[in-house]
Design a protein around this ligand. Structure first.
Ligand code: CMC
Length: 429
């Protein structure tokens, strides 16, 4: 039964309806609040604000639950592939063999970039961060499909463009790495599956295909699955907001890449590695660093720890940590940074500062160590996150596009600036 909510603002009374989600979450529907009382809600950071109803991903942050379309993340990581998961997120059901085969064919057909896009890559200086290249090139790719821009075609051509975007993001990502390192572009191969093909474009040399160890390909595939969606996070909300203006899919996804880049969001995986390296350089075992975090004076955070939603554990972090040990063992590698990370985790999980604030390792804490072991350069870490998150962004784009009563996202504000004042000409100031 829907709970009863009432509000009175300056004597104006409103009975507020509630929406109850399929997992029992309660949303207080304040859509009539301003019209009936003149007041708005204020929730900086949106920690208490539901911006939409969505049937894509469910998270219970207290219990550490993450499900895509009802399927538990651990089950998907153990049994699914990134491409099957991408289909699930976008179309809402696990694909049949025929559907998966069609989807894979579409990805293969769309894996090449338009040849003249090479010129765009040439325009970036060697110092360009691959995330800057990625967002710019995803947007640029829409220029080659003018039919994308039209509102009418958005819906009709969606499956084609969704496949195109998932396929091309990995080609653009690999090319941005090759460009940044002055290496020749390696074209995708039609006989390779999604993740193997990406590693091939990243690491092969002309006439010298790189070794593709199945365990390593699978580890990266799992990383992509774990990143594939995470409901209304910063980048996905950005994608949904841009999509609400009826911007095209590529423009909306490019905005997601920009939002993801920041160190408090997807950029955290690169920030974690930098932090671990700094600790190692200082000859610290993590204790000194954690003291600095706790006294807050140095403005340091324990990167890869804490989450707006998870207040117990991040189920993705548990899987990534196991993968980390597995990949290092398979590659017969050890990494002193992994030892530091484990030590940091051990100290933090026993320290009241972190425990009382419910700060636990998140997905980014160990992912950088696996990516580093695979040989992925650090400035590509957040790009890996973006490749993984693309199906989620596309699924949310589709959800916005398919709304019965679409509404442009347009929050309000409480103005705190000066009240009206008279203009003074410069001669009198
Ligand atoms: N290290 C030290 N203190 C922290 C940390 C941290 N990583 N995270 C939060 N806190 C403290 C914060 O200082 C505050 O303390 P106090 O109450 O004394 O002022 C308290 O915990 C609450 O922090 P908050 O910033 O209000 O929490 P939030 O929900 O707004 O922020 C977060 C969530 C992820 C931005 C934050 O935990 C953080 O900055 N973590 C480090 C960056 C990181 O790893 N980001 C990746 C998130 S997972 C990938 C993704 O989905 O984006």
């Amino acid at each position: 039964m829907s709970p009863k909510v009432e509000i009175t603002v300056d004597g104006k009374h409103l009975d507020i309806p509630c929406v109850v989600g399929s997992e029992g979450e309660i949303g207080v529907d304040i859509s009539q609040l301003r019209a009936e009382t003149g007041a708005i809600t204020l929730d900086p950071g949106y920690g208490n604000t539901g911006a939409c109803q969505s049937n894509i991903t469910f998270i219970d942050g207290d219990k550490g639950i993450l499900r895509y379309r009802g399927y538990d993340i651990a089950e998907l990581a153990a049994q699914s592939t990134f491409i099957e998961t991408a289909y699930l997120l976008i179309y809402g059901h696990l694909p049949s063999r025929a559907e998966l085969s069609d989807f894979s064919d579409q990805l293969t057909e769309n894996q090449m970039l338009h040849e003249s896009m090479r010129n765009h890559f040439e325009g970036f200086p060697p110092t360009a961060h691959p995330m800057a290249i990625l967002s710019a090139m995803i947007n640029a790719a829409s220029s080659y499909h003018p039919n994308l821009i039209s509102g009418k075609n958005r819906r009709r051509r969606f499956p084609y463009h969704a496949a195109r975007l998932i396929s091309q993001v990995r080609t653009i990502a690999a090319f941005s790495h090759r460009k940044a390192h002055g290496l020749p572009f390696i074209y995708p191969r039609s006989n390779l599956k999604y993740t193997a093909n990406f590693l091939h474009m990243l690491f092969s040399h002309p006439g010298e295909p790189c070794e593709l160890k199945p365990e390593i390909v699978r580890a990266l595939d799992i990383i992509f699955i774990l990143h594939a969606d995470h409901e209304q996070n910063c980048s996905t909300s950005t994608v949904r907001m841009v999509a609400s203006s009826e911007a095209n899919l590529f423009a909306s996804a490019a905005s997601g890449v920009c939002a993801l880049w920041g160190p408090l969001h997807g950029g955290a995986n690169q920030a974690v590695l930098n932090m671990l390296k700094e600790i190692r350089r200082d000859g610290d075992d993590g204790t000194k660093f954690l003291d600095q975090v706790k006294n807050k004076a140095a403005g340091k955070r324990l990167m890869g720890f804490g989450h707006r939603v998870y207040k117990n554990f991040d189920p993705r972090a548990t899987i990534i940590k196991q993968q980390c040990d597995k990949v290092l063992a398979q590659l017969h590698k050890s990494d002193p940074l992994l030892d530091i990370a484990k030590k940091l985790e051990e100290i933090a999980l026993a320290d009241d500062f972190f425990v009382s604030r419910q700060l636990y390792p998140n997905v980014d804490f160990y992912s950088g160590i696996i990516l580093r072991a695979i040989g992925i350069p650090e400035d590509m870490f957040t790009v890996m996150f973006a490749i993984g998150r693309m199906p989620g962004w596309i699924a949310h784009y589709k959800e916005v596009m398919d709304q019965e009563k679409p509404k442009i996202s347009r929050p309000r504000q409480i103005y705190t600036g000066p009240t009206q004042r008279a203009y003074t000409p410069i001669t009198e100031r």
